[in-house]
Design a protein around this ligand. Structure first.
Ligand SMILES: Cc1cc2nc3c(=O)[nH]c(=O)nc-3n(C[C@H](O)[C@H](O)[C@H](O)COP(=O)(O)OP(=O)(O)OC[C@H]3O[C@@H](n4cnc5c(N)ncnc54)[C@H](O)[C@@H]3O)c2cc1C
Ligand code: SF4
Length: 513
């Protein structure tokens, strides 16, 4: 659900100015609101379930120009656009949609890029149904808001297909050096913003490929890696330097980087530490954390073993524990790798599942089984130590807990055995601990999250900022990007105010004076 908040004055004024432009007035007049309201939502074309559940190619095909125009015509171009209030980065949604309606795709994607540097990614993975589409004024009247995410994807794909990615004006070089730690959506966003402001940006990334969860977690069938590649190329064109295979805390500490002359730092190291249930048998062979499973398959291409070095166990009866996006990605991956049973085992009901609705629907069409109100309580091994079954307990829903969702309560005596030969545990991730462990002055909360001032994203160390999953625990791409934009604005102020370091005269010279 979207939190109700006041729209910043500057954004209000920008929206108003665009709304009052002559071409917008003409366009509004060209189709009366009543007619626009009669247009049905345009369905996203997708591949057939029986075909797509056997390969890793993208499920959604994307709107064509005709469908995009029709969907854009559904938008009423409201004077008070509810959609913008639901967008964590405040995209001028009506303007980009109306530019699609008139066929000016180039300007449309530029409009999005003013506040969102990863539109092709957000158009695919953002939970729009609980953000901008939830607060779209049409949703209240017609039950289904404008399909903003599909339109965002349409224009950004147009841009990359044309190969004509807009490079914004870069400010003259300031001579200031900025270090960004972690190349996930948070780090990539800070890097882009700081580079545009003329600062020299270096990203330090632990893995051999940049992109964070977008490259090692979210599978190809939802987010093709080629898209990420072009976003990273875009940053390189802005002058950002990428240093991959560089683990801050191991290769060098934050303090070492400080001594190398960096003026400001952004920590965007994410939440990659898997949580476990700590139940008997959880370390049996055949039980993976979702992180390890997805990394083996997505990043290391384990499905092409032995052509690639990394193997993965190909379970025939696979249970995935959890109900979020990570669980859905894992179970749909297992299905594609040949599992006869690929099942979600979730302790609440479908309504409480945190996964995107689209993912759950797609999974269901692809043959995923759902075992709701069920939780494993122990794993059982065969004579070789491989998992062969799990003992489960049925649950019922009680009163809401602190998350607002109804609490699962065990039903006494409801134990039963489920036969499995592989389990993936996807019950959440915690912030990566390496930087907090190697940076003693960094204040950390009780869940291992780096603590920040939420208005500025400043940490307890001067000149060091943080954002994304490292401060929130596992959250979303757009929230990581929202944090990053706040941090970048503050970091720009901070480094701009910093005086150029004066050269310390050498001792010899000094003694002469
Ligand atoms: C499987 C899966 C599916 C998801 N699906 C969705 C979805 O559909 N929609 C959505 O909005 N969100 C989704 N999420 C959540 C979303 O991906 C994250 O919230 C987002 O990626 C957080 O961005 P980040 O930049 O903070 O961290 P990350 O993406 O985790 O990036 C952190 C980067 O820092 C690097 N790093 C870590 N430690 C160090 C170090 N010491 N030195 C150098 N580099 C380091 C890591 O290697 C990584 O590249 C999903 C998450 C997962 C795991
Ligand atoms: S609230 Fe909905 S209809 Fe109104 S401008 Fe935004 S997308 Fe268009």
């Amino acid at each position: 659900m979207v939190e109700k908040k006041e729209m910043p004055l500057e954004l209000k004024e920008t929206l108003r100015a665009e709304f009052n432009k002559e071409w917008r007035k003409e366009l509004r007049k060209s189709i009366p609101a009543k007619e626009r309201m009669k247009i049905s939502p345009q369905k996203m074309p997708e591949r057939e379930p029986e075909e797509r559940n056997k390969d890793f190619n993208e499920v959604n095909i994307g709107l064509d120009a005709k469908l995009a125009k029709k969907e854009a015509q559904r938008c009423l171009d409201c004077a008070n656009p509810g959609c913008v209030m639901g967008c964590p980065v405040g995209i001028d949604i009506p303007t980009f949609i109306k530019l699609i309606e008139i066929g000016d795709y180039v300007q449309s994607v530029r409009k999005i890029r003013e506040t969102n540097s990863l539109p092709a990614i957000c158009g695919r993975v953002c939970p729009q149904e609980v953000q901008c589409e939830e607060t779209c004024n049409i949703k209240k009247a017609k039950g289904e808001g404008v399909k903003i995410g599909n339109l965002e994807r349409f224009v950004s794909d147009y841009e990359s297909l044309k190969g004509d990615v807009y490079i914004p004006q870069i400010q003259p070089a300031t001579g200031k050096k900025v270090a960004v730690i972690g190349a996930g959506p948070a780090g990539l966003t800070v890097a882009g913003e700081m580079a545009k402001n003329g600062h020299k940006v270096t990203i330090f990334e632990a893995l051999h490929i940049s992109g964070g969860v977008l490259v090692y977690g979210i599978p190809e069938f939802r987010l093709p890696k080629s898209i990420l590649k072009s976003e990273v190329e875009y940053l390189k064109r802005l002058g950002v330097e990428l240093r991959e295979n560089f683990v801050v805390g191991l290769t060098a500490t934050l303090e070492d980087l400080k001594n190398d002359g960096y003026d400001a730092f952004f920590i965007g190291t994410g939440a990659g530490l898997p949580n476990f249930m700590r139940i008997p048998g959880e370390n049996l062979v055949g039980i993976y954390s979702a992180n390890e499973y997805l990394t083996r398959v997505n990043l290391m291409k384990a499905y092409e073993f032995p052509d690639y070095d990394t193997p993965v166990f190909l379970g025939k009866r696979v249970a995935v524990i959890g109900g979020g996006n990570v669980a859905m990605d894992s179970v749909r991956t297992a299905k594609r790798l040949g599992a006869e049973l690929a099942a979600i085992v979730y302790r609440r009901s479908r309504v409480e599942m945190p996964a995107r609705v689209e993912e759950v629907n797609h999974g269901e069409e692809e043959g995923i089984e759902f075992h709701f109100l069920t939780t494993p309580i122990r794993y059982i091994a065969d004579e070789k130590g491989l998992v062969k079954a799990m003992e489960c307990l049925r649950m019922k829903l009680g009163e809401p807990d602190s998350s607002g969702r109804r609490r699962p309560v065990p039903i006494e005596g409801s134990e039963f055995i489920m036969e499995v030969d592989m389990v993936v545990v996807a019950i959440g991730q915690s912030p990566n601990p390496l930087i907090p462990q190697t940076t003693p002055q960094l204040n950390v909360g009780k869940w291992g999250n780096v603590e920040v001032d939420w208005d500025t994203m400043a940490t307890s160390i001067e000149g060091v900022y943080a954002g994304g999953d490292i401060i929130r625990g596992g959250a979303t791409v757009i929230l990581a990007m929202g944090d990053a934009r706040i941090a970048a604005a503050e970091m720009h102020k901070y480094v701009s105010a910093k005086k150029k370091k004066r050269k310390v005269p050498n001792a010899k010279k000094k003694s002469k004076e």
